[in-house]
Structure formats: C-alpha cells, structure tokens
Design a protein around this ligand. Structure first.
Ligand SMILES: *[C@@H]1O[C@H](CO)[C@@H](O)[C@H](O)[C@H]1NC(C)=O
Ligand SMILES: *[C@@H]1O[C@H](CO)[C@@H](O)[C@H](O)[C@H]1NC(C)=O
Ligand SMILES: *[C@@H]1O[C@H](CO)[C@@H](O)[C@H](O)[C@H]1NC(C)=O
Ligand SMILES: *[C@@H]1O[C@H](CO)[C@@H](O)[C@H](O)[C@H]1NC(C)=O
Length: 550
C-alpha cells in the first residue's frame, strides 16, 4: 500500500472516530435569542411568515415594552393599571430578532388558540374582560389584533382549542365550563354550547382537569384527556363514542397538576391503509393532592411516569414508562425526526402562583426511532439551560429545527427582584443534538424544491428535491410535516406531525436527491392549513419549508 493511501485511510478512520464520539457526547445546545422581548411569553404561536406571536396578560401591570404612541389602554376593569401604555403582546421576527408590540385590549390570561386554515391566528377567552373574547391576528408586517369582546357564548378560562377537518375551531371546557363551542360562529346570533359532562366528572378538589389534552384522531373524532381519564368525542353528532381505560398510577395530569401530552407522529402508508396507527403520549404531572399540599408549603415530587395509548386499537391498554426525571409543567414538543422533546417545568409542586420548586433545567429526549435507525424507544437527558422555566413558560418548534423556549412567571405581577423565581422576559432557542455537531452540520439536508409548490391538494402527488453535502445513500430518509401549535400551560394545542408516504430516494447527481410521494389523503389526517415540511436524512432534519394543504 502506498504511503498516501495509508495516510488517507488513517485520516478517514480518524474522522469517523471523532464524528461518532462527537455525536454521542452532543446533548444539544442553548442560546439566548433575546434577553428581553418586553413581556413574558406565557402563550406562543408561530405564524407562517416566520413571526412568533407571544403574549401574557393585560392585568399584569406595566410590561417592559411600550405600545405604539397614542395606543394606551384605558380599561376601568383592569386589576393592575386602569391606564396602561405598555404592550402585553408582541410579534418576534425570527430572521431579525426584532420585537414589534401588538395591541391587545382584553385580558388574554390563560386563554387558548389555533391557527386557522388561512394562516390567521384565532385566539379565545381569557380572564376578566377577556373571558368571552375571540381575537384574530393575521400574518402580516403591520397586522394587529382584531377583537370581538363577546365572541364566545360562555366564559372560557383554561380551555383548549383544536382545529377541525372542516376548518372550524372547537373550544373545549375552561374553568367551570363542562361544555364546548365552535368558532368562528355561523352567525352573530349563534350562541350554541354543547354539554360535555366528562369534564365535570374529571374535576377533583384541586380541579386537575383544566386545559384538557385534545388530539384529533385519525377517525375524525376528538381524543380528550382530563385528569386521569380519556374519551373519544364525535363532535359532529355530539356523542361520546368511546371511554378509554383510566391511566394507571393515580397521577393527575392536567392543570394545576400539569403534565403534558402529544399525539405521536402519524405514519402514513404503513400497514393497513385504512387505519393509521394513532398513539397518544402523556407524561409527567403530580399527585392529585399536590396543589393543596403546595398551598400548605409542602412541595411534593413530580411524577416520572409517562403513558402511551394506541387509540386506533380496538381495546387499547396504557403502556407505562418512566422518564429519568420527574416533571410537572413540562412541555412536550414533536421534533422533525419524530422524537419528542420534554422541556421546562419543575420537579416539585404544581402550576399556580408560587407553587413550583426545583426547576428542571434538563430537557429529556424521547426517541421514537422514526427518523433514524435507532429503533428502541429510549429517554435521554440533554444539556441544561441556565434559566428556570416554571409556571407560564412555553416551547415551540421553529422552522430551522430548533425549539423556542420562553416565559416563566409564577408571580402575580411582573417581578424582577426579591422573589424566588423572577419574571422571565427572555427567549431562548434549544438546538437538539441533531443540530449540534460538526458531522451534523455537514450532512444536514437542504430542501431545494417542492413540487407542485406551496399549495398542495389532499392526496396529490408531491415531489421533493434536496441536497446533502456529505452523506451515504443508504442513510434512512423520512419526510415529515408538522403543524404549528398554540402553546400555553404545558400543552401545545394542534401540534401534529405526519410522516409522509414517500417512494424510494433517487440520486440525481452528486449530493442531489429526489423523492416522490403523496400529500395526506384527507382533512381528517391533516386539517387544512399551513405545515412545515422537513426532510430527515440519517436522523438530521433539513430546515422546514412551509406548505399549505387544502
Ligand atoms: C424591566 O423593567 C424594570 C423597570 O424598569 C427593570 O427594573 C427590569 O430590570 C426590566 N427587566 C428586564 C428583564 O429587562
Ligand atoms: C379613561 O376613560 C374614562 C372613562 O371613559 C375617562 O373618564 C378618563 O378620562 C379616561 N382616561 C384617560 C387618561 O384617557
Ligand atoms: C382568515 O380566517 C379567519 C377565520 O375564518 C377570518 O376571520 C379572517 O378574516 C381570514 N383572513 C383573511 C385574510 O381572509
Ligand atoms: C434495543 O433493545 C434491545 C432489548 O433491550 C437490545 O438488545 C438492543 O441492543 C437495543 N438496540 C439498540 C439499537 O439500542
């Protein structure tokens, strides 16, 4: 063997050795995006123009960002300042990191929302003068909130919203409301409310059933989880069509014992084409009594337990797992790889003012094995943040594959000093391990074209071209699409990920590839609207590209 060949061989083996060890030790990275956005990101949503909308509550007092000149709120109902010239909602530009104050007039505290099919955010309920409000925000450079103070039939505080296959939004529950309604209304006289006794039945002494976890199942019905129980609701005929087994272990999962939940990625075109395996995951929470214990100054350890339920099975059973860390007020975020990031929260106490202790600064990655060849379902502890994110903190997947982290304010007003956990006005981004190492940066795929373009009809042919600078053809490739969520109080409403049905990857030339497949077949699988599409190559996702499915 010639000397140069040996040198190359050594170089290659050295490179692969360092690449492997780097990827194994890489546990993700944190970065501050903005020290202060002026408000605390209690509720967040991502609009299809790559702007993040964040807001807290109007009854918090003066925020750290002013409203545009002459736009003060003169609100005799306000519990902090009846005359307030500061903003409580902002828009954050991901490209420039610029913050633009928005004018929200009614109180958005503990409200809910969803992105409508045209990319406008609809946002419902809240507290005080905002508890009946329906608010709209369109994605544009100068758009601001349009508010209908009496848009809801009843008061909704701590309710959950979900987008439906027909494009409407269902608003479920809220404190003292064991019912649901729909927005937008068909007429201004429509005050229809539909009873849902399940929400009353799951309320205990501490409630523990607020912000119910709602997922649109692949049969068109809504999976609704509250406290320890779950049902399937036919929202068109207003019938509960199924009651699922109670989650074992006696842990309360909803506010204030806030755990979190995701609908695990739906894999289209696998197995029986008529039944897509539909699996819900619920993680964390705390003992039903932990809120009353916290009131007495005793902060009980949060739960480590997670359960998975395949709701498309005829007689599903909860499969229970343990996370490496107990967590209450965690967020669960679906990553483009199909893995789940569990982040934010505390290891003792509950949600509520001053009720959490011992922040959990380490995210945990739940690997599903969908986007990479590592098939086993495992939990892995990732790198810690330096900023506690307790009550009123949030998380959201960004189009570049990172996860936005914001908020945390367990105080009744903005408090920056002299409290256990000061109000957080910062935004951070967490880069999961798939973005962090040099090996990953080199082999990150780039989507160069999506045909037929941004607008794609149900079941239509879809062709994606992408490039990988370094990579082997035998790497596993999946194409995923993720719906942007509305995140608040440890639950990402409308979060949904589909792994698309795609054919064989074709190499066009060098590092250029093409893969063909189909858009989801129905609006039940993917409600109409905007999604981020990712190509995942050997476990490393591209940046997302927006498509609109209708
Ligand atoms: C917000 O403003 C207050 C009052 O001006 C100031 O004390 C505080 O440091 C500011 N907080 C942040 C995070 O900028
Ligand atoms: C606020 O509204 C009240 C009632 O309409 C009015 O009397 C008052 O002058 C207003 N305050 C300011 C500062 O505009
Ligand atoms: C988008 O849809 C919402 C809800 O139906 C509606 O209020 C809004 O006017 C629409 N926006 C545009 C630009 O059509
Ligand atoms: C998956 O789990 C099985 C059983 O615990 C183990 O034998 C196997 O090595 C694991 N595979 C990987 C890729 O970790």
């Amino acid at each position: 063997m010639e000397a140069t060949n040996i040198a190359i061989l050594l170089l290659v083996s050295f490179f692969s050795f360092t690449a492997v060890s780097r990827s194994q030790t890489n546990k993700g990275q944190w970065k501050i995006l903005k020290r202060s956005i002026g408000i605390s990101a209690m509720h967040v949503a991502l609009l299809p123009n790559n702007k993040v909308v964040a807001f807290d509550r109007t009854d918090f007092g003066s925020s750290n960002i002013s409203l545009p000149l002459g736009k003060c709120r003169n609100d005799t109902d306000d519990q902090a300042h009846t005359y307030d010239c500061t903003a409580h909602a902002i828009q954050f530009d991901l490209a420039t990191r610029a913050v633009r104050p928005l004018t929200v007039l009614t109180d958005t505290w503990c409200s809910s929302g969803a992105l409508t099919p045209n990319g406008s955010l609809v946002q419902t309920g809240g507290f005080n003068d905002g508890d009946h409000a329906v608010r709209y925000l369109s994605p544009c450079e100068t758009c601001d909130w349009l508010e209908d103070k009496d848009g809801l039939a009843v008061r909704r505080w701590y309710a959950t919203d979900h987008i439906l296959p027909d494009g409407r939004v269902i608003v479920i529950g809220g404190r003292g409301q064991f019912n649901y309604e729909f927005v937008p209304k068909t007429s201004s006289f429509d005050r229809s409310v539909f009873q849902l006794p399940f929400l009353g039945q799951t309320k205990d002494a501490a409630e523990n059933n607020l912000y119910p976890f709602v997922h649109l199942s692949t049969d068109g019905n809504l999976f609704i989880f509250a406290n320890t129980k779950a049902i399937l609701l036919d929202h068109e005929n207003h019938r509960v069509v199924r009651s699922f087994p109670e989650m074992p272990g006696g842990i309360a999962r909803n506010y204030p014992s806030s755990g979190s939940s995701v609908l695990l990625p739906l894999r289209l075109g696998q197995g029986d084409s008529f039944v897509v395996r539909t699996e819900v995951m619920v993680c964390g929470g705390s003992e039903p009594s932990s809120y009353s214990m916290a009131m007495k100054g005793e902060f009980v350890p949060a739960s480590k337990s997670c359960g998975r339920l395949t709701i498309s099975d005829e007689s599903p059973k909860w499969e229970m797992d343990e996370m490496p860390i107990g967590r209450v007020m965690g967020d669960m975020i679906l990553l483009p790889t199909g893995d789940v990031l569990i982040v934010n929260g505390a290891s003792r106490g509950t949600a509520g003012w001053h009720m959490g202790r011992d922040p959990v600064v380490h995210p945990v990655l739940y690997r599903t094995g969908i986007g990479s060849s590592r098939v086993n379902r495992t939990f892995e502890i990732l790198s810690p943040s330096t900023i506690p994110r307790l009550y009123h903190s949030t998380a959201h997947l960004l189009p570049d594959g990172r996860v936005l982290i914001g908020g945390s304010n367990p105080n009744i007003r903005y408090e920056f000093t002299g409290v256990l956990f000061p109000t957080e006005l910062s935004l951070e981004a967490f880069s999961p391990p798939y973005m962090g190492s040099k090996r990953v940066r080199v082999s990150r795929p780039t989507i160069t074209a999506i045909e037929p373009g941004m607008y794609i009809g149900y079941g239509k042919r879809l062709s994606i071209k992408y490039e990988v600078r370094k990579g082997k053809e035998e790497e596993k490739v999946v194409v995923s699409m993720v719906a942007p969520s509305f995140t608040t109080h440890s639950f990402s409403m409308n979060q949904r990920m589909l792994v698309l049905e795609m054919g064989e990857v074709r190499r066009i030339s060098g590092g250029s590839y093409a893969v063909d497949g189909h858009a989801p077949a129905t609006a039940i699988l993917a409600p109409p609207g905007y999604y981020m599409v990712f190509v995942v190559h050997g476990g490393v996702p591209s940046r997302g590209k927006w498509i609109h499915v209708n």
